[in-house]
Design a protein around this ligand. Structure first.
Ligand code: IMP
Ligand code: MG
Length: 182
């Protein structure tokens, strides 16, 4: 078996810090969504570990669902450039207060298109929590409602995030050695 930790020797966010981040976010979300119909909408695949840790720390009821989407095209930002591979399964999602759970925001295209798409489908209550945010990379304006941590412009992997489908299983966020040149 290949030891992937050899290829990701720089740890940016440790397991302990990830634990503290999800604890803080779960407390904020539990406070803000008390008495509402919270549906956590995880964006596959990157958000799975973040979602799993976040949901078990909530102190309010919540449903979960998933979408798999990607943005394509670099021209105008419209929901027409959103490719949906897996759609929400929940019937009548407009009955819910949807909180999109994302791993990382980079250009901002995916979430800008996805939130617009959901609102066009009649879902009024759509907000976003992202584990990581790279604000310096933004190409379209998008501001998440909850942020785990802002990071500089590094390519990061682990805790759900991949490079070419590798490294998702690492329990921390790290910078792969090939990307750690700055
Ligand atoms: P955006 O539409 O440019 O904001 O793209 C966000 C998506 O790009 C994320 O959901 C990730 O799948 C991917 N991504 C962006 N930056 C990274 C990174 O540093 N590591 C792994 N995936 C990334
Ligand atoms: Mg992703």
């Amino acid at each position: 078996m290949i030891d992937q930790t050899n290829e990701v020797s720089h740890i940016l966010i440790s397991s302990e810090e990830l634990d503290a981040i999800t604890t803080r976010l779960a407390a904020e979300i539990s406070r803000d969504y008390r008495g509402k119909n919270l549906l956590l909408l995880g964006i596959l695949k990157g958000s799975v570990l973040f979602m799993a840790d976040l949901m078990r720390k909530l102190t309010i009821p919540a449903e979960i669902d998933f979408m798999k989407v990607s943005s394509y095209g670099s021209g105008t930002v419209s929901s027409g450039n959103l490719k949906i591979y897996l759609d929400i399964l929940r019937k009548n999602p407009e009955e819910c207060d949807i909180l999109i759970v994302e791993d990382i925001i980079d250009s901002g295209r995916t979430l800008s298109m996805l939130t617009r798409h959901l609102r066009e489908r009649g879902i009024e209550s759509v907000r976003t929590v992202t584990l990581l945010d790279k604000p310096s990379r933004r190409e379209v304006s998008f501001t998440p409602d909850y942020v785990g941590r802002e990071i500089p412009d590094y390519f990061v992997v682990g805790y759900g995030l991949d490079y070419d489908e590798k490294y998702r299983t690492l329990p921390y966020i790290g910078i792969p050695d090939f990307a750690f040149r700055k």
